[in-house]
Ligand binder design. Structure first.
Ligand SMILES: Nc1ncnc2c1ncn2[C@@H]1O[C@H](COP(=O)(O)OP(=O)(O)OP(=O)(O)O)[C@@H](O)[C@H]1O
Length: 494
């Protein structure tokens, strides 16, 4: 059973992880991290525990039950019938209590998920919590959630333990009936005293496995509740690939054809988004906050699927490509410098796992990251902590640029940093980015005048759609939205 339990849960965890990788990004928008983690850890543990212990007990009880029935029948079938009288009553008790306890166990696991989520959120955002003096409200929120969990767990446990005394009560009734009827039979001389004595003992032994099985149903109920939470995730629909069709002939590298998209069905965002990009072009995307700039990038990388319309990469519908196929064409340098716990070397190599040490060092030089890496006592073996808070914001940005150099993608997606770093670092970042952009197709969510000025196409977005497009000088001369945005936003920066 140890082999079975560990093997099953190992496989389930693997399936769960695979599933997480194939779920659309929208799944993560509507589900809390802590709850997902709770399913992966606590619910898996429940299943493992049950498989490990309860199943053996179940087999044991079932065998005892069958054995005792056989022995009772060999002594006296009439007295055996007396013993069996209470079986329907026992089953009735299980039928009444088990579904309730399953409901409470499901509630308990859900409450545990929320509790985990709260803890995860508070730990991950502990600086924000402290900065805004939110410790006390957070503790109160935790207490409330802890309270919910306590109540749900308490009820689940109470309802499930009621089974035990109830079954015991039924068993004692059985014992009593056996003693009375057996006594009468001994008095009338139809059965020997020894047989009744044996039957009394068997009655006890016979009800034991029933009680045990009923008790085990509690554990099994809790496990079923856990398994349901895991299978809910495993049954979620995945992003599917369409059957690939032959690409249309085109010399564009990326095309959006009448794309419509919304995050929520009742709140349309993009309604008719069309554009095309030639290889090597730099596209700057500008627009007020919430205009849909990041959304456009999300669609390009197929983090979300369009509601209608087609996005093509070299003429091929991106929905017909596997995500791995599609995403190997892109590298992203985002404002959120996503680095993980591990050495600088490993973080950089994440861009392309088979990159040699020399590739990594060259890329670090190109990105001007080598300078600060050399000042660290451990050099590129320095371990970054979670979220890389042991190096500065500017240094994090240089590392992500170096990582993009290593990935050496065909198309680069750049979300220009707006956060303030010192002028020297900013110049280094700009220079590194300029080198990275050179000769590559790029989409730049632009905040800086200098980038926009040289863009081959500027897409001005508003409320999800493109309201203007063209080159800097033409758009400025046209005196439309871009000119307004430029005058209000970029003159100061320039
Ligand atoms: N995951 C999401 N679920 C629901 N709505 C979303 C989601 N992401 C973005 N939105 C909404 O879609 C709209 C466009 O958001 P988007 O992030 O594309 O704007 P943006 O132009 O990149 O803004 P910013 O310049 O501030 O980064 C906004 O109204 C936003 O609230």
């Amino acid at each position: 059973m140890t082999q079975v339990a560990q093997g099953t849960v190992y496989q389930l965890r693997k399936d769960f992880k695979d599933k997480m990788a194939h779920l659309p990004v929208s799944y993560y928008d509507s589900h809390q991290n802590g709850d997902i983690m709770s399913r992966m850890v606590n619910d898996m543990d429940n299943i493992q525990g049950t498989l490990n212990q309860s199943l053996i007990q179940l087999v044991n009880s079932a065998l005892t039950f069958v054995g005792v029935i056989y022995l009772m029948l060999t002594i006296s079938w009439q007295l055996s019938l007396v013993a069996f009288l209470t079986v329907p009553l026992s089953l009735l008790i299980v039928r009444i209590i088990a579904p309730r306890s399953q409901r409470y166990f499901a509630r308990r696991q859900a409450a545990l998920g929320l509790l985990n989520d709260q803890v995860e959120e508070t730990f991950a955002g502990h600086t924000v919590v402290k900065t805004f003096n939110q410790e006390q409200p957070m503790i109160m929120k935790f207490d409330a959630q802890n309270d919910d969990y306590y109540k749900a767990a308490w009820k689940a446990q109470l309802v499930s333990t009621v089974i035990f005394p109830s079954m015991r009560f039924v068993n004692n009734l059985d014992y009593l009936a056996m003693a009375v009827i057996g006594g009468i039979k001994v008095a009338s001389g139809t059965v020997s005293l020894g047989d009744v004595q044996a039957m009394l003992q068997y009655t006890n032994q016979f009800s034991q496995p029933i009680t045990q099985i009923a008790n085990l149903t509690n554990t099994i109920q809790a496990t079923v509740a856990s398994a349901e939470r895991i299978f809910q995730v495993l049954d979620e629909p995945e992003m599917t690939e369409l059957t690939p069709v032959a690409p249309i002939p085109t010399d564009d590298i990326v095309t959006f054809e009448h794309v419509a998209f919304s995050y929520q069905p009742d709140q349309p965002l993009m309604t008719d988004y069309s554009m095309s990009v030639k290889p090597g072009q730099m596209i700057a995307i500008v627009g007020p906050t919430g205009a849909g700039k990041s959304t456009m990038i999300n669609l390009l990388e197929r983090f979300y699927d369009t509601t209608s319309g087609v996005i093509r990469l070299r003429g091929a519908d991106t929905r017909g490509m596997t995500r791995e196929d599609l995403r190997q064409h892109f590298a992203m340098v985002l404002q959120e410098t996503w680095l993980f716990e591990g050495s600088i070397m490993d973080n950089l190599r994440y861009g392309r796992l088979e990159a040699t040490d020399d590739d990594v060092i060259t890329a670090a030089k190109m990105a001007h990251a080598d300078e600060f890496i050399r000042t660290l006592p451990e050099g590129d073996d320095t371990i970054l902590n979670q979220d890389a808070t042991n190096i500065s914001q500017g240094q994090r940005q240089l590392l992500t640029i170096a990582r993009a150099f290593i990935a050496n993608p065909e198309i680069l997606i750049l979300d220009e940093a707006t956060s303030s770093v010192d002028t020297r670092t900013e110049r280094m970042i700009q220079d590194a980015m300029a080198k990275l952009l050179a000769g590559r197709t790029s989409f730049v969510v632009a905040h800086r005048l200098s980038t926009i000025r040289y863009a081959d196409q500027i897409l001005v977005m508003e409320n999800g759609n493109i309201v203007e497009r063209g080159r800097h000088d033409d758009l400025l001369a046209a005196g439309g939205e871009y000119a307004k945005l430029y005058n209000s936003q970029f003159t100061k920066v320039g």
